[in-house]
Ligand binder design. Structure first.
Ligand code: HDE
Length: 708
C-alpha cells in the first residue's frame, strides 16, 4: 500500500497547479468545450480541410511545439520530492537558516547521467548527477553535485572540450552514452589532470545498482559564512543509508537492453511503495587559516580531501518521499544552478566552480525559453520574490502598480534593499584580493597522479580488478593505437601493475615516460610540468572503497527473485519470503507465465513476471523453492539461464532442500561458496541474508565457466 506523506509548503504549492481531467469535458486551450476531437472540419465528406478549423489548429500548433531542447549535458534524469532535516547545531559555522538544527526544508532532487541523450540507458558507464534544490525560507539553494567527488578538468574554459570529446562523435553520432571511443580517450590521454577522475569513472562507482545506493558530493570546496561574517571552507557529502552498491559491467550492458529505465523505475517504485530513500548530509570543515595546509590545493576540483584527514560530520538527513506528478512539468523543467546561494553559503575561488556560476542560468534561459523560468512551479521559491525585473516570454507574476525601478518614492521605496532598513540580505564574503590578471593556473594544481594512486590503492582486490577490466574494455574500443599508448603511459605514472595489466590486455607495453604530446599540452597550463609532488598525508583511504565492512550492510529494498512454476510449495516460498520481508527486502515471484500460480497445497497467487518478461540481471538474489515445480524447471532453459547468470554475476542463490537437484542442470558446483545456500546443509534464511549483506561474492568472478 502506498504510504501517504503530508504535503509540505512546496508540495502544497505544487498541488495548486495540478490539473485533474476526471469527469471533465474536453476543451480547447481557451477552455471552449469541444464537440468532436477526432475529425477535422472539411468541405463535404470527401472534401479538403478548412482553414477556419481553429480546434484543429489549437491542437496541432501545440503538438508541434511539445519538445524543448534537452540539457546539453545530464539530459537523462529522474527526479523526486523530499525533505531535508537539519540535525546538528551549525550556527558556529553558517548562518544559513535551513542548516540550523531542527529545521525541515522541502527539496527536489534530480539524478542523471552525463553523456547520453534524454532517452539513453540508465546503465551507461558514466558519472551520475546528484542535484538538490532546497526550497528554503531564505529562497532557493541548489547543491548541484555528482556521485564522484572530483572532475575531469580544473578550469571551466575546457568544459565544452571535455563534453564534445565524450559525446557521440560528430560525423557519425556514435556511440550513444558511452566513453569507450576514440575522441574521449584522445582528450583524456592529453590531459593528465583528468587521471584521478578517470580512475573513478572506470571504477564500480560509475555503474551504480541504484540511485538510492550511491554517494553524492558537492565536488568543489565551498564556504560557510557565520553571523559574524567568518568563513570556513566546506565540502559536502551525501551518504546513502542503504550503503553503496554497483552492478557488474556485463550486467550493466545487459540491463541496458532488458530495462533501460532500470534506475528510474527503481527510484519510482521505491518511493511509490513507501521505501523512502535516505541520505545523511555530511560536511568536511576546514578553517580559513588552513587553506594552504595540505599537500594538495583545496581549490583544485581534481582533488578530494581524504576523510581520514578531515572527517565527515553529519549535519542532516534527506528523505525522498514523493514522486513527481508529471515528468515534464517537474523533472524536465527543473533548473539547477550552483550560482543559486542563500546567506551563509558562498563560493570558493575554485576556477571550475567560478565558471559554472555563469553557465547554468545561461543555458536555462535558452532551454526553458527565456528569463521567466523561475516562475515555473517546480522552480518557484516558497517565499514570494520581489524585484523590478519584468516582462519577457511567459511571465506569470502580475506586478501591481506603476513602479518598476529603484530608487523610487512612488512605490514607497519598495521593494527595498535589506541594508536600507537595517536588515540583512545575501552578502558576499569580503575576501581580500589583490592580484594581477592572468590567464593561467596555479602551480599548486600541477600534481595529477598522487590522488589517482591513492584511489587505486584504496580499492579492494575485486574493485581493482574491475578498474583494470574497465580500462581494458574502453581502450580496446579505441581504434588509434597512439591514443592507447598515451593513456597507458598515464596509467604507468599512477601504478605500474595497473598499467602492465591493462597493457597486457591491449598487447602493448606501457612507456615509462608521458607521451611528448601529453607533456606539450600539460606544459601549456604548467610551463615547468611535471613538478615534484608534495608528500601526501594519506596513502590509503578505506572510505574510498565501496566494499561493505564486516558487520555492515542492509538488504532493505533489495529484490529477490523467487523462481517458481505451478505446483510450487507455498510453505517453501513463505519460509524465506517472511524472513526477507522482516529485513525490508522484496520477494518477487517469477514463473513460466504470468497469471495465477497454483500452489501445491492448493490455492493460488497472482504472478506479475515470467521468465519471458524479465531477466536475471534485474534481480539481486535468487531462491528456488521446492515442490512439483522442480520437475518443470528442470527442463525450462530460461530458468536455467536465470540461475547460471545469477551465479556468473556473483549473486547469492538459495535452493530449498527439494530443489537442490536443480543445481546439477546448471554450472553451479555443489557446495560452491558462501553465496550458494543449500537448505539441507545451511540455515536457509540466516545464511542467505548474511550473504546478501555482502551484496556480491566478487571472489567468484574468477570462476568463468558460465558463458555470459
Ligand atoms: Fe554541470 N552543467 N557544468 N557540472 N551539471 C549542467 O546545466 C557546467 C560540472 C552538473 O539535473 C548544465 O541546466 C560547466 C561539475 C549536474 O538539471 C550546464 C561545468 C559538476 C547537472 C552545465 C560543469 C556538474 C549539470 C546543462 C564546468 C559536479 C545536471 C543543463 C565548469 C559538481 C543538473 C543545465 C540537472 C548540468 C555546465 C561541471 C554537475 C551546461 C560549464 C564539476 C548534476 O549549464
Amino acid at each position: 500500500m502506498k504510504k501517504q506523506n503530508k504535503p509540505n509548503v512546496k508540495t502544497g504549492q505544487m498541488d495548486s497547479y495540478v490539473v485533474n481531467n476526471l469527469d471533465k469535458r474536453m476543451t480547447t486551450n481557451d477552455s471552449v468545450p469541444i464537440h468532436d476531437n477526432n475529425n477535422t472540419l472539411k468541405a463535404g465528406e470527401r472534401g479538403p480541410s478548412l482553414l477556419e478549423d481553429f480546434i484543429y489548429q489549437d491542437k496541432l500548433a501545440h503538438f508541434d511545439r511539445e519538445r524543448i531542447p534537452e540539457r546539453v549535458v545530464h539530459a537523462r534524469g529522474s527526479g523526486a520530492h523530499g525533505v531535508f532535516e537539519a540535525t546538528a547545531d551549525m550556527s558556529k559555522y553558517t548562518k544559513a537558516k535551513f542548516l540550523q538544527k531542527g529545521t525541515v526544508t522541502p527539496l527536489f532532487i534530480r539524478f542523471s547521467t552525463v553523456a547520453g541523450f534524454k532517452g539513453s540507458t540508465d546503465l551507461a558507464r558514466d558519472v551520475r548527477g546528484f542535484s538538490v534544490k532546497f526550497y528554503t525560507e531564505e529562497g532557493n539553494y541548489d547543491l548541484v553535485g555528482n556521485n564522484i567527488p572530483v572532475f575531469f578538468i580544473q578550469d571551466a574554459m575546457q568544459f565544452p572540450d571535455v563534453v564534445h570529446a565524450v559525446k557521440p562523435e560528430p560525423d557519425k553520432e556514435i556511440p550513444q552514452a558511452a566513453s569507450a571511443h576514440d575522441t574521449f580517450w584522445d582528450f583524456i590521454s592529453l590531459m593528465p589532470e583528468s587521471a584521478h577522475m578517470s580512475l573513478w569513472i572506470m571504477s564500480d562507482r560509475a555503474i551504480p545498482r541504484s540511485f538510492r545506493m550511491m554517494e553524492g558530493f558537492g565536488v568543489h570546496t565551498f564556504k560557510f559564512i557565520n553571523a559574524q561574517g567568518k568563513a570556513t571552507f566546506v565540502k559536502f557529502h551525501w551518504k546513502p543509508r542503504l550503503g553503496m552498491h554497483s552492478v557488474a559491467w556485463q550486467e550493466a550492458q545487459k540491463i541496458s537492453g532488458y530495462d533501460s529505465d532500470f534506475h528510474r523505475r527503481d527510484l519510482w517504485e521505491a518511493i511509490e511503495s513507501g521505501n523512502f530513500p535516505q541520505w545523511d548530509l555530511g560536511v568536511q570543515l576546514i578553517p580559513e587559516e588552513d587553506e594552504m595546509k595540505y599537500s594538495f590545493d583545496i581549490l583544485d576540483p581534481t582533488k578530494i580531501i581524504p576523510e581520514e584527514l578531515v572527517p565527515v560530520q553529519v549535519i542532516g538527513t534527506m528523505t525522498l518521499n514523493r514522486n513527481p506528478t508529471n515528468f515534464f512539468a517537474e523533472t524536465e523543467q527543473v533548473a539547477f544552478d550552483p550560482g543559486r546561494l542563500v546567506p551563509g553559503i558562498d563560493f570558493s575561488n575554485d576556477p571550475l566552480l567560478q565558471g559554472r556560476v555563469f553557465s547554468y542560468a545561461d543555458t536555462q534561459n535558452y532551454r526553458l525559453g527565456g528569463p521567466n523560468f523561475h516562475e515555473i512551479p517546480i522552480n518557484r521559491s516558497v517565499v514570494q520574490k520581489h524585484n523590478n525585473q519584468k516582462d519577457g516570454f511567459s511571465r506569470m507574476d502580475i506586478l501591481e502598480g506603476n513602479v518598476s525601478y529603484f530608487p523610487n518614492s512612488l512605490g514607497n521605496g519598495c521593494p527595498y534593499h535589506a541594508m536600507l532598513r537595517g536588515e540583512k540580505g545575501f552578502e558576499s564574503h569580503g575576501e581580500k584580493i589583490d592580484a594581477k590578471k592572468i590567464r593561467g593556473r596555479s602551480a599548486s594544481f600541477a600534481d595529477h597522479f598522487t590522488q589517482a594512486r591513492l584511489f587505486f590503492r584504496s580499492q579492494s582486490e575485486p574493485e581493482q580488478e574491475h578498474i583494470i577490466s574497465a580500462f581494458s574494455f574502453e581502450l580496446s574500443k579505441v581504434n588509434a593505437v597512439a591514443v592507447r599508448m598515451r593513456e597507458l603511459a598515464i596509467l604507468n605514472q599512477i601504478d605500474k601493475t595497473l598499467a602492465a595489466r591493462v597493457g597486457k590486455n591491449l598487447g602493448l607495453t606501457p612507456a615509462k615516460e608521458l607521451d611528448p604530446l601529453t607533456l606539450q599540452f600539460a606544459r601549456q597550463n604548467h610551463p615547468k610540468y611535471p613538478l615534484k609532488p608534495n608528500k601526501p598525508e594519506v596513502e590509503q583511504s578505506p572510505a574510498l572503497s565501496m566494499r561493505p565492512k564486516p558487520g555492515e550492510g542492509t538488504i532493505a529494498s533489495r529484490k529477490v527473485a523467487f523462481l517458481v512454476a505451478d505446483g510450487v510449495s507455498l510453505k517453501s516460498v513463505d519460509k524465506l519470503r517472511k524472513a526477507l520481508q522482516k529485513e525490508g527486502a522484496e520477494a518477487v515471484l517469477i514463473s513460466t507465465r504470468v497469471g495465477p500460480l497454483q500452489y501445491k497445497e492448493g490455492g493460488s497467487e497472482e504472478v506479475q513476471h515470467s521468465y519471458l518478461t524479465v531477466a536475471s540481471v534485474c534481480y539481486d538474489a535468487f531462491y528456488t523453492p521446492e515442490g512439483d515445480s522442480v520437475q518443470t524447471l528442470k527442463s525450462e532453459p530460461d530458468y536455467i539461464q536465470f540461475i547460471n547468470e545469477g551465479y556468473r554475476h556473483c549473486k547469492v542463490l538459495a535452493f530449498a532442500k527439494g530443489a537442490e537437484s536443480l543445481m546439477a542442470v546448471s554450472f553451479i558446483p555443489d557446495q560452491a561458496d558462501k553465496g550458494v545456500i543449500q537448505e539441507s546443509k545451511q540455515a536457509l534464511a540466516a545464511d542467505f541474508i548474511a550473504a546478501m549483506k555482502l551484496h556480491r561474492i566478487w571472489e567468484r568472478e574468477m570462476d568463468r565457466k558460465v558463458p555470459v
